[in-house]
Design a protein around this ligand. Structure first.
Ligand SMILES: NC(=O)c1ccc[n+]([C@@H]2O[C@H](COP(=O)([O-])OP(=O)(O)OC[C@H]3O[C@@H](n4cnc5c(N)ncnc54)[C@H](OP(=O)(O)O)[C@@H]3O)[C@@H](O)[C@H]2O)c1
Length: 247
């Protein structure tokens, strides 16, 4: 059966686990060829083996802008195009300011904000080029958070700041790229059961302690991404807020 993304190339950052892994699978199931980006190559290799021919693995730290640019150029050399960019790689801690490690704050800024900027900057001209092709559309989807819309409580300080920043960046990009037929959208999950929420680190939101209905699965977020990038060309879904029913 024809997939709705047949012939397209998608780049997913943070594809080695959680929401990125689920999103890569969901895009591939719709026919996209997916480039998987993250630091843990073995995890990417395992996923690539499952997804099959054409899937590309790129071991990269998204905070290294030069390395990200090299990867994006390699994807375009190999595949000829980038139709969909999913900015998903992220990191979070929930330490109150009085206890927080400044290095952890910097890490959130580096991964959640600088990483999104580096990847988007490297890919944007390729997305506008893809949008001029027969499909006539390209997409940037950034995985933000409920914490990108509202400050979710004590300890969400820098995580919320980075996610608010990517929300502002995404809206500005939307205003710039719409006439070029590049859709720019945000997915804002509530609590999702992933490594991020089950890391065992202190002061992270703990998905394992949430009730069964009180936590989302990574596939729930992947569904939203697929919905966004498979809309008709005239339709841009700019923002999807998804919370567990009980949150
Ligand atoms: N889980 C939740 O409740 C929740 C809620 C709202 C929003 N989010 C957002 O969802 C996104 C995905 O998180 P997740 O919940 O799926 O957590 P996860 O399972 O921990 O996944 C995070 C991904 O980001 C990658 N990553 C982290 N730092 C990186 C770096 N410097 N360079 C490249 N890749 C890096 C990790 O890969 P490597 O370690 O292999 O590099 C991993 O693939 C994040 O942006 C997060 O803020 C999550």
């Amino acid at each position: 059966m024809a997939g709705r993304l047949d012939g397209t190339t998608a780049v997913v950052t943070g594809a080695s686990s959680g929401i990125g892994n689920a999103t890569a699978r969901a895009l591939a199931a719709e026919g996209a060829t997916v480039a998987l980006l993250a630091r843990r190559k073995e995890k990417l290799d395992d996923l690539a083996q499952e997804l099959g021919e054409g899937t590309a693995v790129h071991e990269v730290d998204v905070t290294d802008a030069d390395a990200v640019r090299e990867v994006i150029e390699a994807v375009v050399r190999e595949r000829g195009r980038i139709d969909v960019l999913v900015n998903n790689a992220g990191y979070g801690t929930m330490d109150p300011a009085l206890e927080a490690d400044l290095g952890e704050w910097q890490k959130m800024v580096d991964v959640n904000l600088t990483g999104v900027l580096a990847t988007t900057h490297a890919a944007v001209s390729h997305l506008t080029a893809a949008a001029q092709g027969p499909r006539g559309i390209a997409d940037v989807v950034t995985v933000s958070s409920v914490a990108g819309r509202t400050v979710t409580g004590p300890g969400s300080n820098v995580y919320a700041a980075t996610k608010h920043a990517v929300n502002a960046f995404s809206e500005a990009l939307r205003q710039e790229l719409g006439t070029k037929h590049v859709r720019v959208g945000l997915v804002e999950p509530g609590l999702v059961d992933t490594e991020l929420t089950n890391s065992g680190r202190e002061n992270t939101p703990d998905a394992s302690s949430a009730s069964e209905l009180g936590v989302l699965e990574a596939d729930d977020i992947a569904d939203a991404v697929v919905y966004m990038v498979t809309r008709p060309r005239r339709t841009a879904v700019n923002e999807v807020l998804i919370r567990p029913t009980e949150q």
